[in-house]
Design a protein around this ligand. Sequence first.
Ligand code: URP
Ligand code: ZN
Ligand code: ZN
Length: 498
Amino acid sequence: MRFDKVIAGGNVVTPGGTFTGDVGIVGEKIAALGATLDREGAQVIDARGHHVIPGVLDVHVHLELPFCGTVSADDYRSGTRAGARGGVTTVIDFAIPSAGGTLADAADTWMKKAEGKSLIDYTFHICITRWNDHKDQIAGMVERGFTTFKEFMIYESEGWQSDDRALYGTLEKMKELGAMLLVHAESSRVLDELISRHHTAEEMKRLGARLHAITRPNFVEAEAIQRAVQWCEATGGQLYIVHMSTAEGTDIIRAAQARDVPVIAETCVQYLVLDDSVFAREDGHLYACCPQLKKPADSERLWQGLRRGEVSVISTDTCTFTREQKAMWEGDWTKIPMGMPGLETLLPLTYTRGVLEGRLTLEEMCMKLSTNPARIMGLAPRKGAIQIGADADLAIIHPTSTRRVASGKGGEMETNADWSPYEGWDLAGFARTTLSRGEVVVDDYKVVGREGRGQWLRRESAGLRIPVGGRRLEVGAGASGESYRQPPTSHPPLAGAR
Ligand code: URP
Ligand code: ZN
Ligand code: ZN
């Protein structure tokens, strides 16, 4: 068989096992896997001494989002360039209706943001912000190829908040339509009460950005997850908890899955590698995100949840604000634009802190960053795994060589942020090469792909019922539901590293 490209001699992670050998590409697709493929006439990309892994899906990003009185600073150009540099080949953003707007208007608005700018493939979760207006528009959006919806249990001031009636009704619709509801779970009334109790000049002077953490104790997230899970159990509608940050939340998900409740949980990499001690820094306000960073014990429980299976996905919740935008706080933590850059460092952080530090195997990492997100979001088998017939979305990473994270735009970073939560961290796992649908978009750590080449991804399904009963709670890799087979060690010896 003749190939257009052969990725040669890498440590290839596939659902059927990890092997040293070649990936053959014809057009946009993976056409063959083997120890040594025919290289005649093919462009050969040397992957010796490197891991060849499926392109990452970051299924939780906010690009060019109007939020907190400003607009997030990474758009589809900078955001997807940053993603590609970190091995990300698909993003899913959130299309949020404007005041009075329909769900279709929101999708059209986000399509326009992405078209002509996105370097990699993309789609959107559709946000339901006014249940009475939006409930009869959901089926039409499913027909249009959007199978995931989102509701926020907070953000009344943004006009985005959903109440229990909306959550319950939407979950009923999800069951009827085979779609999935993503929920931002925080308890709004208690959160508002805690914020108002601490919102005094004296406390703001004394505690500064630390108030961001003080006013959001873990029970604010736990109570809301518990409530959303209750409506999920009552209706049978597929639920996906976004950016879960607490140990308590993880325990609730584990217990619910043991009862066969159709709930899936995502965490974000910042909750795994950072904690709320950053708020004591002079520039601590930069780290304000929503939900906020928690304690080291929460991070440990989330890592455990990833290993045991109750946490299925790692994403970023990328919502970038520059130093100038963050300065809008002027000493009042309730005015900090909430969110951080993330797309560029998702894979390097997960690989370095997860795989190299022994918290996850290489195969488990691929499951949480690629295979599970693709399957859960209705993009498998086209995306998320190195298998014949799938899109040739691949990241080639060196197993150990590190790059130092720069402060943001201006160095080798592609994000529009002029700071990084990880500045000065030495991370392995940046993509030496990224391929998107068979095309090299990152070469020798530099972005070479053309903006606007990314395609919108139509979807027909979403969610899954997670198998329970003593078995590892894990999402299968392909249509067959098989899981990744792991080699005896997570770091097989590699020859010829460049
Ligand atoms: O802090 C963040 N990430 N803000 C974005 C909005 C959200 O709640 O996901
Ligand atoms: Zn959120
Ligand atoms: Zn978000």
